[in-house]
Design a protein around this ligand. Structure first.
Ligand code: GLC
Length: 736
């Protein structure tokens, strides 16, 4: 309908109808299947408001959506269509690598294509809004949701935020896209201690410089929705923070889309100690700028009284309702309440070979080669090899947030390798985890599943003996270990980032055989590998690689693809190093200042990462030389032209991620020892030389002060260019 018709619709709606548009409920309220990610509590919402609810959470599948939409519209006095929103975080049915994985591809364009794919599948299946991208910057690998983040760097996260949003929304005009709802605003990734749902406390310079840029990038990329964070920021729940949601997001950045709370987070501001009761919570959240109440009774049970008692201006509600109606109208739901969904599209668009090929390619570019001693990889199919480990013949490669995907659609590592070595002997060797109580505490596994997952002592010993037996007859052991799906993801915070004892025992026993060991890790976060790294010859870090994981891993193992993944998060040696990130401050006594006691270090472990941000190996290596800048001194309105020469003197064609960092050597707020400002992913044929060019302008050199103001100061800047955060060339330039 025409935009001005929305105003007359609004005028004709009752107060209850208006409030209904601001309520989002899950499928169980509409008596249809649904996936509940979060605490399931009886909500105490009247049937009247259930009938008036304006949007649904995680109701998917064309028939399901049609059933709920038809029933709701019939019951709505003005037959207003519902919005269907869902967690499509890294794929719908075709599952891509987890975001921490695909960020290691440093290929934003390919990720855009992946998100177009996800939007195509989900929109065919009735979804209209994706609760993605998750663009929280994370410095602490203990936090389980690092799985769905793009890692520790704000520039890289911002770059991916733009392409993920474009990928979701590009095909909205054809009704084959999804509305992007970026999250979690703001800075959820900075929870103290990496402990889930914990408090977030940041100086404004740290908040604006290291955590807010991706959300700003999302607004600039045209995201139509934003989701609040469950956490407090500097003592104020983000879901009720008017400064954050209205002054920064809407007024300073110009966001004119819809704001939805996170799951039950409006009611949780009571538990945070920021509101007395539902009425108080309703007032504070709506007044802060939250339009839709996801899965809590607060708006349903609190808003009406506030208006009738004159405590809340109806215009506040009208503004929120108008944003929701406008979003529905932009999608054309008043004319076609099913948007792009149909049973035909649903049948023909899911898990197509083209989509699988894209998932495989992104997985291949996401896997990071961490070690390759004596060129242990790539393997030859002539080698006498065995496949060992709990991930050998395991289809659970999707990760925790692939809630609409199915592991039955996933290619296992065994299946991938069998395409090269059809009869490879394989043994499990040990369980993923042997701690039944830990598995039960993950909250997703049934008693029966846990019984199947944890062998008896006798069985486990037998599995180990069998693994040793077949390995003794081989020359090469491919060993697949890692995290159980639900150890990472939401509410998956861990204090110990090492592999479980039983897996370490398996490595130790196999390493006694004197065979070549290729370690494949499946995980949703950086793990602390210092206690195993010397026991193996090569390490491929595969994240949760998604539907085509087995094929992607096999293609790298046998050299069809040259690994090009580069870490977007620092890897610790031991868990206690966390939080650990590359763009840290120098301190007055940097750890490499001098040998001895009085420097910034630990007495019982090195302070530097096992593998730094930006790190990753390829088959063959690229040499960097001749880093040059076209001027020693430049002004604020000019640019610096930077060149660096690359030589691929190996026998392999390769792909290199050339990383460009700066270090602002003196500023009124001390600046990180280095900060990523650009990168280029380039291909080099074997023996090829290539000169790579960058331009730097002064707006890439700004920083934020403790009032959240962006500043630029004259002075010296190091220009750092290399293959990762630690191996690079450096030169210096002065900004006048
Ligand atoms: C969860 C998550 C959020 C998700 C929402 C809906 O608690 O915090 O990322 O989109 O609820 O499932």
């Amino acid at each position: 309908m025409e935009d001005n018709q929305l105003y007359s619709l609004l005028d004709s709606m009752s107060l209850k109808e208006k409030i209904g548009q601001l309520i989002q409920l899950s499928g169980d309220f509409f008596s249809t299947a649904n996936l509940s990610i979060g605490p399931v509590e009886k909500l105490g919402i009247s049937p009247e408001f259930v009938k008036l609810a304006g949007s649904a959470l995680n109701v998917v599948g064309f028939e399901n959506v049609k059933h709920v939409q038809d029933k709701q519209m019939e019951n709505q006095p003005h037959h207003i269509p519902m919005l269907f929103m869902s967690d499509v975080i890294y794929g719908y049915k075709t599952i891509f690598p987890i975001p921490l994985g695909f960020s290691s591809s440093w290929n934003p364009h390919l990720v855009e294509k992946a998100f177009e794919c996800a939007a195509d599948e989900a929109s065919a299946s009735g979804v209209q809004v994706a609760f993605a991208p998750m663009i929280d910057v994370v410095h602490d690998a203990r936090w389980g949701r690092v799985l769905e983040s793009l890692g520790e760097d704000p520039f890289l996260t911002s770059t991916f935020a733009k392409t993920m949003i474009k990928g979701l929304q590009n095909n909205l005009p054809d009704k084959k896209g999804l509305v992007a709802c970026f999250k979690h605003f703001a800075a959820y990734g900075a929870v103290e201690g990496g402990r889930e749902y914990n408090s977030v406390d940041l100086s404004l310079s740290n908040l604006f410089q290291n955590y807010l840029p991706p959300y700003k990038a999302a607004v600039d990329a045209g995201a139509k929705m934003a989701m609040t964070s469950l956490t407090t920021l500097n003592g104020i729940p983000s879901t009720a923070d008017k400064w954050l949601l209205t002054d920064i997001l809407r007024k300073r950045w110009g966001f004119d889309g819809t704001i939805i709370s996170d799951y039950a987070s409006i009611q949780e501001i009571i538990r945070h100690g920021f509101a007395e009761d539902n009425e108080d919570a309703a007032f504070k959240a709506l007044n802060a700028g939250v339009d839709i109440d996801m899965k809590s009774p607060v708006y349903a049970n609190g808003l009406e009284k506030l208006v009738t008692n004159g405590k809340l201006d109806i215009e506040k509600i009208n503004d929120a309702v108008l944003r929701v109606l406008r979003l529905k109208n932009d999608l054309g739901l008043f004319e076609n309440p099913y948007f792009g969904a149909s049973s035909t599209r649903e049948k023909t668009s899911l898990l197509t070979s083209r989509k699988r090929a894209l998932s495989r390619r992104l997985a291949e570019e996401s896997i990071v080669l961490l070690k390759n001693k004596n060129n242990a990889l790539p393997l030859s199919t002539e080698e006498n090899m065995v496949l060992i480990g709990p991930y050998a013949d395991n289809h659970a490669l999707n990760g925790m947030w692939a809630i609409h995907g199915s592991k039955t659609d996933t290619v296992s590592i065994l299946q991938g390798i069998q395409k090269f070595v059809p009869n490879i002997p394989t043994e499990k060797g040990t369980d993923l985890r042997r701690d039944s109580s830990l598995l039960a505490g993950l909250g997703f596994l049934s008693e029966q599943e846990i019984k199947r997952m944890v062998s008896s002592e006798k069985e486990n010993h037998h599995n180990l003996m069998q693994a040793i037996k077949i390995s003794q007859k081989s020359d090469t052991i491919i060993l697949t270990l890692g995290e159980e799906t639900y150890e990472a993801g939401e509410a998956g915070s861990k204090t110990n980032l090492e592999l479980p004892e039983n897996q370490i025992h398996l490595i130790n026993e196999l390493s006694k055989l004197g065979k070549k060991i290729i370690l494949i890790i499946i995980a949703g976060r950086p793990l602390a590998l210092e206690n195993v790294v010397d026991k193996v010859d090569a390490i491929l870090y595969c994240w949760f690689p998604g539907s085509e994981g087995g094929n992607a891993i096999a293609n790298l193992l046998f050299g069809c693809i040259n690994p090009s993944g580069r870490l977007t998060m620092s890897f610790p040696r031991v868990s206690a190093q966390e939080p650990l990130y590359y763009n840290h401050l120098a301190t007055g006594r940097p750890q490499d200042l001098a040998k001895g006691r009085f420097v910034s270090k630990y007495i019982d472990a090195p302070a530097n990462p096992l593998y730094p941000f930006g790190y990753g190996l390829s088959y063959g290596s690229v040499n960097y030389l001749n880093l040059k800048i076209d001027k020693e001194v430049f002004s604020k309105d000019s640019t610096i032209h930077v060149t660096v020469k690359l030589i691929n003197d190996s026998d392999f064609d390769t792909t290199e991620v050339v990383q460009l960092y700066i270090h602002d050597k003196v500023a009124e707020i001390t600046q990180p020892v280095q900060r990523l400002i650009d990168f280029k992913k380039v291909e080099l044929k074997h023996d090829q030389e290539l000169t790579v060019h960058f331009n730097i302008s002064s707006n890439q050199l700004t920083f934020f002060d403790n009032r959240g103001n962006e500043k630029l100061e004259s002075g010296l800047f190091d220009i750092i260019c290399g293959t990762n955060g630690k191996q690079h060339l450096t030169t210096t330039v002065r900004l006048k």
